[in-house]
Ligand binder design. Structure first.
Ligand code: ADP
Length: 654
C-alpha cells in the first residue's frame, strides 16, 4: 500500500509523505547434506538464510582430539545414507554453517484449521520476531502466534524495528514503501517504512533515520535501548495514524513496547485512533522497563503524571531520588487485557514480585495462556536442517541425527561394536542467565559425564563474567569425548541438537513458559525439567503414579544439585534399563500437541471477548482530552468537539 498523505499539514508538522521505491530481493537456495539426485523429496525451505549475519558467527572451535567418531556399522543406515556427507570436528566449515536446502515454510501450515467466523485485524508491536530478530522465546512466540492467527483467517501485521543486523536480502517482497516523521525529544525524525513478508507474515519494518537500532545484534547496540523502544512504540502508532489504519487489536509484548498503551490512551486515542484495543503479553517479568520521567517525556507524554502508584511508578523506588517509572507496569495498567505465558506463571506472578500488587488490582483482565510452538517450523519430518527426517512412527532418522551430531562434534558415537553401554545424549539450549539455573547446568555437565552420558550445551551469555565461566568450562571439557559447550547462537544447530538429543534439560529457577522442552519433545527428546512456571504445565513426571496418562518426562523441585541429579538418575535408568518404555515415552512426547493451533484460539477469545471491552481507563485515570490535544501539533486544526474525529494525516508533537 503506497499512501500519499501529503495533504495539507500545518507548517509546524513535518510532512508525512510516502514515496515508494523498491529493494531487490534475492532468493537463496542451496544444499548441504546430500547429493540431491538421491533425495528428490526434500522440501524447499527458505529459513536457513533468514538469520542475522551475527547469529551465524561463532567463537566455537572444537578442541577435541578427533575420536574414532563414526564407523558406520549399521548396514541399513549405511545404504540409506550412503550419500550423506558426514561431518567431522576438523571440517573447515562446521556442519551447522553449511548451506541448507530450500524449504518453503509458508506452504507447510496446517490445512485443517477452521477459519474463525469474525476475522479481526491484529497488529503485533514487538522487539523480536523469529527467525529474523530472535534472541529467545519472544521471537518464536510472535511468529508462531501470528502464523496461527493468519491460518484462522485473521489479518495480521507485525511491526518490528528495522535492526541493522537483520539479514534483509531474505525477507520476501521487501520494499521501502514510505517515509514519514515520528516524534522524539523535541524533533521529528524522518522514518522509513519497509514492508516485507517473513514466513508468510506481513511485516512492517520501522527505520528511523537516527542512530536507533544500529549495531550487529538485536540488543546491546550503542544507543539508549529504552528511549529507542519508546520511539518505536510511538512511531508504530504514528504510522497507524498517518496511514489511517484502525486495527482491532494492537498486541504489545514485554517492557519494550509497554509505553505504547500509555501513548495510545493518552494521546492517539484522542486523535484519530479510535478502534484498537490493547493486549499486552508479559513473556518474562525479569525486566520492568525502568524509566525516568524525563525519558518518558521524550516520546511526547508528560512523564511526571505517570509517577503515581496507580499508574506507572516503580514502587521499589518510592522515596528515592529520582523515583523511577516502569514501562511494564504502565503497560499492565493501560492495556485492555494482559496475558502471561502459562497458567502457573500467572499464579507465581500474583504471589511474588513487586508487580504482584498491580497484577492483583488488575486481576480480572489478567490471563495465563500457555505458549505454543509452530509445528511447521519445528517439524522433524520436514526440517531442512536435519540430515535425516523422522516422525513419531519412524524414529530411525533420529538415530542418524544423533550420530551426525556426535561425529560432527567429535563425541564418541553410541553403539559401536564392543560398546554395550548406552550413551544418552543430553542437550541444553538456552540463554546462559541466572534464571536458567546456571549452577544446575554446570552441575549437569559433571554429573552427566560421571553417569557415562554425553551433553551438549548451546548457549550465549549476555553477562561477560558468566561467558568467561563457561569458556573456562569449555576449555576444560571440550577436549574429551562426552561434553561439548558451544558458546554461540545458531538456529540451525539448535534444530540438529533437538533432533539428536535423547534428553532435553531445562533446569530453570523460574521459567514463564519455556519453549525448549516443547521443541525438544516434538523432536523426540524426553524432558528433564525443574517444576516451575510453564515447565510445570507441560512436563509431568514418569514416576508420578497419580496421573500416568500425563507422564512425559522427569521433574524435580529443589534448586539444589541433588534434586537434579536424582531426576537425571531416573532418566538414565529408564533409558538404559527400560528401552521399550523409553521408546514409548519418545513416541508419546512426539505425538503431544503443543502447537499454537491448540492455544491461539485462547488469544482469539481474549481479542474478541467482551472482557477486552473493559478498558484500562476504568482502572487508570487518564489525562484529559485537552492535555492530549496539547500534545498534538494540529491542535488548532483538531476539533474541540471530542466526538468529532480528528484529521487522520497529521502528526502529534508536544
Ligand atoms: P527464553 O525466551 O527465556 O530465552 P524459551 O525456552 O522460551 O526461553 O525460548 C528459547 C528459544 O531460544 C528456543 O527456541 C531455543 O531453542 C532458542 N535458543 C536459546 N539459545 C539459543 C542458542 N544459543 N542458539 C539457538 N537457539 C537458541
Amino acid at each position: 500500500m503506497i499512501l500519499h498523505s501529503c495533504s495539507p499539514q500545518p507548517t509546524t508538522t513535518p510532512r508525512n509523505c510516502l514515496p515508494d521505491s523498491f529493494v531487490a530481493l534475492q532468493n537463496f537456495k542451496s544444499c548441504c547434506f546430500y547429493n540431491f539426485k538421491k533425495r528428490p523429496n526434500l522440501l524447499k525451505h527458505e529459513m536457513h538464510s533468514l538469520y542475522c549475519p551475527k547469529s551465524l558467527s561463532s567463537n566455537f572451535k572444537i578442541q577435541a582430539v578427533e575420536t574414532d567418531a563414526g564407523k558406520l556399522d549399521n548396514t541399513t543406515t549405511k545404504l540409506e545414507y550412503d550419500d550423506l556427507i558426514w561431518p567431522s570436528p576438523s571440517d573447515e566449515i562446521p556442519f551447522w554453517k553449511r548451506e541448507f536446502p530450500s524449504w518453503d515454510i509458508e506452504t507447510v501450515g496446517p490445512v485443517d484449521i477452521p477459519k474463525d467466523s469474525d476475522p479481526m485485524h491484529i497488529v503485533h508491536v514487538t522487539a523480536e520476531m523469529a527467525p529474523l530478530a530472535k534472541v529467545g522465546g519472544l521471537g518464536d512466540v510472535v511468529t508462531g502466534l501470528a502464523r496461527a492467527c493468519l491460518t484462522r483467517g485473521h489479518k495480521v501485521d507485525v511491526f518490528l524495528p528495522f535492526y541493522e543486523c537483520i539479514n534483509k536480502l531474505h525477507i520476501k517482497e521487501l520494499a521501502l514503501t514510505s517515509t514519514y516523521n515520528s516524534y522524539y525529544d523535541g524533533s521529528w525524525i524522518p522514518t522509513n517504512v519497509h514492508r516485507g513478508v517473513v514466513l508468510g507474515i506481513p511485516v512492517i519494518f520501522i527505520e528511523p533515520s537516527n542512530h536507533f537500532f544500529k549495531g550487529q545484534s538485536v540488543y546491546g547496540g550503542a544507543y539508549n535501548e529504552l528511549e529507542a523502544y519508546l520511539f518505536f512504540s510511538r512511531a508504530c502508532l504514528e504510522w497507524l495514524q498517518v496511514s489511517a489504519t484502525q486495527p482491532d487489536i494492537i498486541h504489545v509484548h514485554e517492557w519494550q513496547t509497554g509505553g505504547l498503551p500509555l501513548l495510545y490512551w493518552d494521546m492517539y486515542h484522542y486523535l484519530s485512533l479510535k478502534k484498537p484495543r490493547i493486549v499486552l503479553t508479559i513473556h518474562n517479568m525479569e525486566h520492568y522497563g525502568e524509566c525516568r520521567a524525563e525519558q518518558l517525556s521524550k516520546c511526547g507524554l508528560d512523564g511526571s503524571i505517570y509517577a503515581t502508584e496507580e499508574k506507572a511508578v516503580d514502587e521499589r523506588t518510592i522515596g528515592h531520588n529520582p523515583e523511577r517509572l516502569s514501562l511494564l507496569k504502565g503497560g499492565i495498567v493501560y492495556s485492555n487485557a494482559v496475558v502471561t505465558v502459562s497458567p502457573t506463571y500467572l499464579k507465581e506472578t500474583l504471589c511474588s514480585g513487586w508487580l504482584a500488587g498491580t497484577l492483583i488490582r488488575h486481576r480480572d483482565k489478567y490471563f495465563g495462556i500457555l505458549n505454543g510452538i509452530d509445528t511447521a517450523i519445528w517439524n522433524p519430518a520436514t526440517d531442512a536442517f536435519l540430515p535425516a527426517k523422522f516422525d513419531a512412527n519412524n524414529v530411525e532418522g533420529k538415530k542418524i541425527c544423533k550420530l551426525f551430531v556426535q561425529r560432527g562434534l567429535g563425541l564418541a558415537p553410541e553403539g559401536l561394536p564392543g560398546d554395550p553401554d548406552k550413551v544418552p545424549l543430553v542437550v541444553c539450549i538456552t540463554r546462559l542467565v541466572a534464571q536458567k539455573g546456571l549452577h544446575l547446568i554446570t552441575n549437569a555437565i559433571r554429573y552427566v559425564e560421571a553417569l557415562g552420558g554425553q551433553m551438549v550445551i548451546l548457549g550465549t551469555a549476555p553477562d561477560a563474567r558468566v561467558g568467561r565461566e563457561f569458556e573456562d568450562l569449555a576449555q576444560l571439557h571440550n577436549r574429551g569425548s562426552s561434553i561439548r559447550i558451544l558458546l554461540t547462537y545458531s538456529e540451525e544447530l539448535s534444530h540438529m541438537l533437538y533432533a539428536a538429543a535423547d534428553i532435553v534439560l531445562v533446569p530453570s529457577i523460574y521459567e514463564p513458559c519455556g519453549l525448549a522442552q516443547m521443541i525438544g519433545m516434538r523432536y523426540g527428546a524426553v524432558p528433564v525439567v525443574r517444576k516451575t512456571g510453564g515447565l510445570a504445565d507441560t512436563v509431568f513426571d514418569m514416576d508420578d503414579k497419580s496421573q500416568p496418562e500425563m507422564a512425559n518426562g522427569f521433574v524435580f523441585e529443589g534448586i539444589d544439585e541433588g534434586s537434579l541429579n536424582r531426576a537425571l538418575d531416573r532418566a538414565f535408568s529408564y533409558y538404559r534399563e527400560k528401552p521399550n518404555e523409553w521408546k514409548g515415552i519418545v513416541k508419546k512426547v512426539m505425538q503431544m500437541d503443543n502447537s499454537w493451533n491448540n492455544t491461539a484460539r485462547k488469544y482469539i477469545y481474549i481479542y474478541s471477548s467482551g472482557k477486552l471491552g473493559k478498558s484500562s481507563i476504568e482502572y487508570a485515570p487518564r489525562k484529559s482530552p485537552d492535555v492530549a490535544k496539547e500534545n498534538c501539533g494540529m491542535r488548532d486544526a483538531c476539533s474541540s468537539d471530542d466526538t468529532k474525529p480528528y484529521p487522520t494525516n497529521h502528526s502529534c508533537q508536544i
